[in-house]
Write a protein that binds this ligand. Structure first.
Ligand SMILES: [Zn+2]
Length: 333
């Protein structure tokens, strides 16, 4: 052997090239077999689940933060006043400083504001359309004051007109109020498609976004009840739904999730929220999405580091299931 070093060299070379080829072959195979690869843009330094619920602002931001903490939440969502009207207390009454200090102490972050759902940015009536814009501009200012980066907006209903007309109307209204200094993302919500709601498909949301001048101010809020009700199969094919979202809108716009069960089957266009995984014994009705599918969604990489907000029904005036639902979604029970 020693007399023929070139032979030993060639054998060794052959041996190492074979190993290397095999290694790369399996690596590449594993890479191409991996499930859909998403363009996830990271923001913030938090890695993990941010789960919370809608909470009351009646005792100010501090009251809201304490309520969220009592549910084991590390984020939350508020309406800055009653969701069904535009009466609002002055910002100074909201105990913002105390609230922010409490949140820092209890690691609560990325809170969300929901615009009242009576704001119809595609109203046919000029006075209501003008009021919607004035109010939303005010609401954006309140969102900034509270220190929230997201304001969720139901795009609007086209009533006696048609979707194309409504889409243009919404975009025009948003163009009137957005400025380059607007801080929070206006998160257009995916809607169930009941009545004449706009936003029942990713295409409709994208058509609005295309007409917006300051596109970097626009995000999307993905509601599990609404997407299910509008016909997306989030139960069995959540990855495909996300892929379609990415193709049509782009996943970098996805900022907030609303995690809700639904009382209806996919495509029912009803928009009636159910408790997570509720069975027939729940007095508010059975969840047709189910805890398994919702837990799968919440544990998906796309949900990391984004506010996941429950808007599930209360069982009666004093009882909700937020604490149990949050623990279940985290996989703690
Ligand atoms: Zn909503």
């Amino acid at each position: 052997m020693l007399r023929r070093p070139w032979l030993r060299f060639t054998l060794n070379l052959l041996y190492f090239t074979t190993i290397l080829t095999l290694f790369f072959f399996f690596e590449i195979a594993a890479f191409t077999n991996a499930k859909t690869i998403y363009k996830i843009k990271e923001s913030g330094d938090y890695m993990g689940l941010l789960i919370g619920s809608h909470v009351s602002i009646s005792k100010g931001l501090i009251g809201a933060a304490k309520e969220a903490h009592s549910y084991g939440a590390n984020t939350f969502m508020i309406y800055t006043g009653a969701p069904q009207n535009t009466k609002r207390r002055p910002i100074d009454d909201l105990k913002i400083e105390e609230g922010i200090a409490y949140m820092a102490e209890h690691d609560i972050r990325d809170i969300v504001v929901h615009a009242p759902y009576i704001v119809n940015m595609s109203s046919v009536k000029e006075d209501i359309y003008a009021l919607a814009q004035t109010f939303l501009a005010e609401e954006i200012r309140r969102t900034e004051a509270i220190g929230s980066r997201y304001i969720v907006l139901h795009p609007g209903s086209f009533t006696s007109k048609d979707p194309d007309w409504g889409i243009k109307r919404i975009a025009e209204g948003l163009n009137n109020i957005l400025t380059k200094d607007t801080k929070p993302f206006i998160c257009l919500e995916t809607m169930a498609g009941k009545g004449t709601e706009i936003g029942r498909s990713f295409e409709e949301l994208q058509q609005i976004i295309e007409l917006i001048e300051l596109k970097d101010k626009i995000g999307v809020c993905f509601d599990t009840c609404h997407t299910h009700d509008s016909g997306y199969d989030i139960i069995h094919h959540f990855d495909d739904v996300l892929q379609s979202f990415d193709d049509i809108i782009g996943l970098d716009r996805l900022k907030v999730f609303h995690i809700n069960g639904s009382l209806n089957i996919a495509g029912a266009r009803k928009d009636r929220h159910a408790n997570i995984g509720a069975d027939a014994s729940n007095n508010r009705g059975q969840d047709m999405i189910g805890s398994e599918a919702l837990r799968h969604i919440v544990q998906h990489p796309i949900c990391q580091n984004k506010p996941l907000i429950l808007e599930t029904p209360w069982l009666d005036k004093k009882t909700n299931l937020y604490k149990e639902e949050i623990a279940m979604l985290r996989g703690e029970v």
